[in-house]
Design a protein around this ligand. Structure first.
Ligand code: CP
Ligand code: NVA
Length: 326
């Protein structure tokens, strides 16, 4: 049978997405309470998870390695100078070879087609650990963070309907999966990016079509005015203005994004909700968010980073242990 892969949150039904987030929350609770069941800690025993990273990483690498160990498996980190990932050997050959010896490939790449190619030819599940288009593990952690910050009594869904997220900054990989997650979870998302840095048409289509089959999907709004996006928002989110691979555009981007830094006065001018929270996937640079917000009690960034571990546990259990039956 062809394995099931995690390329993007777009691959998940709303209820599968909810389950991944709820499973992450449940694992966090049990393990933190010191009640790790043996079934959990042995579920990957004797199995190797290949981690093929062509870009730097702190959170994704540490959370994935730690999660594999928590499940009793062996994480094998293969950095860009270790293996021939798309350099000196085709992705087709690499995929066939590595998937013949491991139980899963977790891959961080540049062009999304690289991870999609690995998946297409792999005999084991492939998990996207960030591509230029998507970052699904981040979105699972982000929704776990939102779920914790805005608890609901719902026993089945996430109970987040009616919340509003404001994204102020670049339209990038982290935004695209977050927006798809918002639409599926009934959370409105308003995006403010400078002209020329908005959501590309094909992504807008994917985000809005994620509403298909959802009872009350979240709505997407787009603007170039940060204040407009922020109005009535419960959560303000941003990410770096210069993603990995865009280093040569640094000066141009710093200029284009002037006025987009998240500060207390921007939140006030825009009219965010009184108890607004702040999120950022990290790594953070001071230009996109001021210290007064980033290190304030409103900021969820460190729990959000820790939640990457629980997201990785849930994704590995869902895609590797349970073979995609979420
Ligand atoms: N948020 C995130 O993916 O961080 P790393 O790039 O450090 O893995
Ligand atoms: N948008 C950033 C996210 C890093 C986790 C990047 O792609 O570099």
């Amino acid at each position: 049978a062809t394995p099931r892969h995690l390329m993007s949150i777009a691959d998940l039904t709303p209820s599968e997405f909810t389950s991944l987030v709820r499973n992450a929350a449940a694992r966090k609770q049990t393990v933190k309470a010191g009640r790790t069941p043996t079934s959990l800690s042995t579920s990957l025993s004797g199995q190797t998870i290949a981690m093929m990273f062509s870009k730097r990483s702190t959170r994704t690498r540490v959370s994935t390695e730690a999660a594999v160990v928590m499940l009793g498996g062996h994480p094998m980190f293969l950095g860009k100078d270790d293996i021939q990932l798309g350099v000196n050997e085709s992705l087709y050959d690499t995929s066939l070879v590595i998937s013949s010896m491991t139980s899963c490939m977790v891959a961080r790449v540049g062009p999304h087609s690289d991870v999609a190619n690995l998946a297409e030819h792999s005999s084991v599940p492939v998990i996207n650990a960030l591509s230029d288009d998507f970052h699904p593990l981040q979105t699972i952690a982000d929704f776990l963070t939102i779920h914790e910050a805005f608890p609901s009594s719902s026993k089945t869904g996430l109970g987040l309907n009616g919340l509003k997220v404001a994204w102020v900054g670049d339209s990038n990989n982290v935004l695209f999966d977050l927006a798809i997650g918002c639409v599926k979870a009934g959370v409105d998302i308003s995006v403010a990016s400078p002209k020329g840095y908005g959501i590309p048409d094909r992504m807008r289509q994917l985000i809005t079509s994620s509403a298909n089959g959802v009872d009350s999907p979240g709505r997407l709004a787009e603007t170039t005015v940060p204040e407009e996006a922020i109005r009535g928002a419960d959560i303000l989110v941003t990410d770096t203005w210069i993603s990995m691979g865009q280093e040569s555009e640094k000066q141009k981007r710093l200029k284009a994004f002037e006025g987009y830094q998240i500060t207390n006065s921007l939140a006030k001018r825009g009219g965010a909700k009184e108890g607004w929270k702040f999120m950022h996937c990290l790594p953070r640079h001071p230009e996109e968010v001021a210290d007064e917000v980033f290190y304030s009690p409103r900021s969820l960034v460190f729990p959000e980073a820790e939640n990457r571990l629980w997201a990785a546990v849930a994704a590995l259990e869902g895609f590797v242990v349970n073979k995609g039956k979420l």
